[in-house]
Ligand binder design. Structure first.
Ligand code: PFF
Length: 456
């Protein structure tokens, strides 16, 4: 009890919103979402993605909030407390594992973003052309030393913020910088949408062609929904455990999912018009963002300044998302294993930076470790695939099953309604219908399909 009382909390509803949005908004919106939409054919992929958010993402997010706030513990401790002596705690353990896996490659891409910020400040992109943009990206990822140094810098920043704690660290940073990100993306959109040929990019993003909808596209959309909303790996359990007592968690979940999707769309609207305007390949893969954005800005007044601002804010988005990722093991180690919080932040940052080097050195086939493969994937792609497409949806499935079948409905109602203060009876009925039947069924079907048992 003592321990629960002295535990930190966010200080207000606004702080809850920005911290949670800070976790959701990250490289997923600005880097992953655009290139996956590009690779899987635009509008049809988007449509599936929206369905995944609505029918799978939102119910699971709310489930994680419930578990975290009810137990007021880290991902593993919360499950142990709500379901003592059962194996449900393994969801938390799997979550901690998934958080590490994601961080191994996420910290690498965040390192590129920091590096691009540094280059933008140094004026390296002045007079850039499509060819030089490609060449610059190639040399950044091939390194081999500089991307590793940047990855270490990223982890040092994350550890320092986490060491300051929940309020002074996570809350302060997210509340100050998230609103700025919106402003910057909108400025980018205005420029991108007024480029010659921009309409083609917008058409690409919104045009729905169901022939493009392969099974791989559906699984990827589902994985992306989990990744985007930071679900299936205990992040939202951990953050939920810091929520204020009077927070309307339904409202927070909907607001966060909507704002996050809006940021992804705004990022898509900045990137695709540029891609088409410059005759680039929309399915160019992970380098898409890094090759297009410097080009957009090189074409506009005050471009150099705005380019610095854009990469600064992308760095912020990546950093706030990483705070939530690393907070999962930090909270676990400090609460379950008794390690002081500051030490847990540093130890975890070191583990991630060291193993993350494997991802950084295997980004491309030609990279130093590019020829080491698992199931045909290098380390970088392997960490990404296993976490987004397997561990997160699997974690989500177990959360849905636990919420739907292993926890008493009255308890969920009490917690979600803040002990009866919020009138949410109808919402709760819809919630239980989704979490018991729709969400798990969709997850199971997509899974069976991905392992080839079910064909469609
Ligand atoms: N949601 C983040 C993004 O879209 O960039 C990434 C992420 C953060 C995934 C936290 C998972 C997580 F637990």
């Amino acid at each position: 009890m003592e321990e629960t009382k002295s535990r930190e909390k966010f200080s207000s509803g606004l702080a809850v919103f920005f911290a949670t949005l800070g976790s959701a908004v990250g490289l997923g919106n600005i880097w992953k979402f655009p290139y996956l939409t590009g690779q899987y054919g635009g509008g049809a992929f988007l449509l599936v993605y929206f369905c995944c958010i609505l029918f799978v993402g939102l119910p699971i997010m709310l489930g994680e909030f419930y578990i975290g706030r009810k137990a007021r513990k880290n991902a593993v401790g919360a499950l142990k407390q709500l379901k003592p002596g059962t194996s449900w705690k393994n969801i938390g353990i799997m979550g901690v594992g998934a958080a590490y896996m994601i961080m191994f490659f996420y910290s690498c891409v965040a390192g590129w973003v920091y590096f691009y910020l540094f280059k933008a400040i140094s004026g390296d992109f002045i007079g850039i052309t499509m060819e030089t943009a490609k060449a610059q990206f190639g040399s950044v990822i091939m390194g081999p030393i500089s991307p590793i140094i940047w990855q270490f810098i990223v982890m040092a920043v994350v550890a320092s913020i986490l060491a300051m704690g929940v309020k002074q660290g996570i809350e302060k940073i997210t509340k100050t910088l998230m609103p700025l990100l919106f402003v910057l993306i909108i400025i980018c959109d205005i420029r991108a949408l007024t480029l010659p040929g921009a309409a083609e990019g917008v058409t690409f993003l919104f045009h729905v062609d169901f022939n493009q909808l392969t099974a791989a596209a559906i699984l990827t959309a589902l994985g992306l929904a989990f990744f985007k909303l930071s679900l299936g790996m205990g992040t939202m359990i951990t953050y939920g455990s810091y929520f204020t007592e009077d927070n309307n968690m339904f409202g927070t979940a909907v607001k966060v999912a909507l704002s996050d999707t809006l940021v992804s769309m705004l990022a898509g609207l900045a990137i695709f018009p540029t891609v088409f305007s410059f005759g680039m390949e929309p399915g160019a893969g992970p380098g898409l963002l890094f090759m297009t954005i410097p080009l957009v800005f090189s074409q506009m007044p005050f471009g150099s300044f705005l380019l610095v601002a854009f990469f600064f804010l992308t760095a912020i988005a990546a950093t706030t998302a990483m705070l939530s990722l690393v907070e999962v093991p930090v909270a676990y180690w400090s609460e379950e294993r008794g390690m002081p919080r500051k030490k847990a932040a540093v130890v975890n940052a070191v583990i991630i930076a060291v193993i993350g080097v494997l991802a950084t050195l295997s980004v491309d086939k030609a990279s130093m470790l590019g020829n080491i493969t698992f199931f045909g994937m290098g380390f970088f792609d392997f960490f990404d695939y296993i976490s987004s497409n397997i561990l997160l949806p699997l974690g989500g499935l177990f959360i849905a099953l636990m919420m739907g079948y292993a926890i008493k409905r009255e308890e969920v109602v009490m917690e979600l309604s803040n002990n009866g203060k919020l009138k949410i009876a109808k919402l709760v009925s819809v919630y239980f219908f989704l979490i018991r039947y729709v969400t798990p069924l969709l997850l199971i079907v997509v899974f069976l399909n991905s392992i080839g048992i079910l064909k469609f």
